[in-house]
Design a protein around this ligand. Structure first.
Ligand SMILES: Nc1ncnc2c1ncn2[C@@H]1O[C@H](COP(=O)(O)OP(=O)(O)O)[C@@H](O)[C@H]1O
Ligand SMILES: [Mg+2]
Length: 227
């Protein structure tokens, strides 16, 4: 069974006088274990697609099945529960909780999932070390740089061992050293914990490390290359 099956996905934004067709019939199948980049010019629909694949936004048309669940059939609470159990998000707004330290932010999802305290703490510290924030685990988001906050958000998304991770331009604010570190962590979790990754990017270094590259243009898939 495929992890994600979308058929003829549409998304029309009606906020303005002229509606925007952000997705125009996207047919997509993602298998468990993929390490896939979604690329395309700014405005091509990458963020819209990731939001919909994560159940953060609903399509205007078409169907979406994730892990055998028809997403449109879940009610609000079921959707929240589904996201919590299955999906890790690394989005551009990092949504860190200001009053919590880096470690507590990373532990937060695991806390909601009911992990034991010791396991939670160990896993959070391990992930923060892997993203290079060993010396910052007790700092609050306001005491961290933008790039450091982004790495906390990455550690938080990965720590709870989600079935798949959606990352919207995860390396956009990172220098090349941090970009390589992040890619190493993602590859390691992909290989060793069989975590599926779907990430949008503009960054050629990130595209080079993807095993499948899906190109969007005007809300449609223009090419889909498995290396
Ligand atoms: N909330 C919104 N309201 C209206 N239009 C939007 C909204 N979000 C995105 N769009 C439009 O939808 C199109 C796709 O945007 P987006 O998915 O953000 O593309 P990308 O992530 O590839 O840059 C663009 O034309 C953008 O302006
Ligand atoms: Mg975007």
């Amino acid at each position: 069974m495929s992890l994600i099956i979308s058929q003829n996905l549409y998304r029309v934004y009606n906020a303005t006088a002229v509606p925007v067709n952000a997705l125009n019939g996207v047919n997509l199948k993602i298998e468990e274990g993929e390490f896939t980049a979604i690329v395309g010019p700014s405005g091509s629909g990458k963020t819209t697609l990731l939001n919909i694949l994560g159940g953060l936004d609903s399509p205007s048309g078409g169907t979406l099945e994730i892990a055998g669940n028809d997403i449109s059939k879940l009610n609000g609470n079921q959707l929240i529960d589904f996201r919590l159990k299955n999906i890790g998000f690394v989005f551009q707004a990092y949504n860190l909780i200001p009053v919590l330290s880096a470690r507590e932010n990373v532990e937060f999802i695991m806390l909601l999932q009911g992990w034991e305290k010791k396991e939670r703490e160990d896993r959070a510290v391990q992930l923060l070390e892997e993203v290079g924030l060993k010396e910052r685990i007790h700092n609050k988001p306001s005491e961290l740089s933008g790039g450091q906050q982004q790495r906390v958000a990455v550690a938080r998304a990965l720590a709870s061992r989600p079935r798949f991770v959606l990352a919207d331009e995860p390396t956009a604010n990172l220098d090349s050293n941090s970009t390589n570190n992040l890619l190493d962590i993602m590859s390691m979790l992909n290989k060793e914990e069989k975590m599926t990754f779907i990430f949008s990017t503009h960054d050629q270094r990130v595209i080079d490390r993807a095993r499948r590259v899906i190109t969007l243009e005007d809300g449609q898939i223009k090419s889909d290359i498995i290396k």
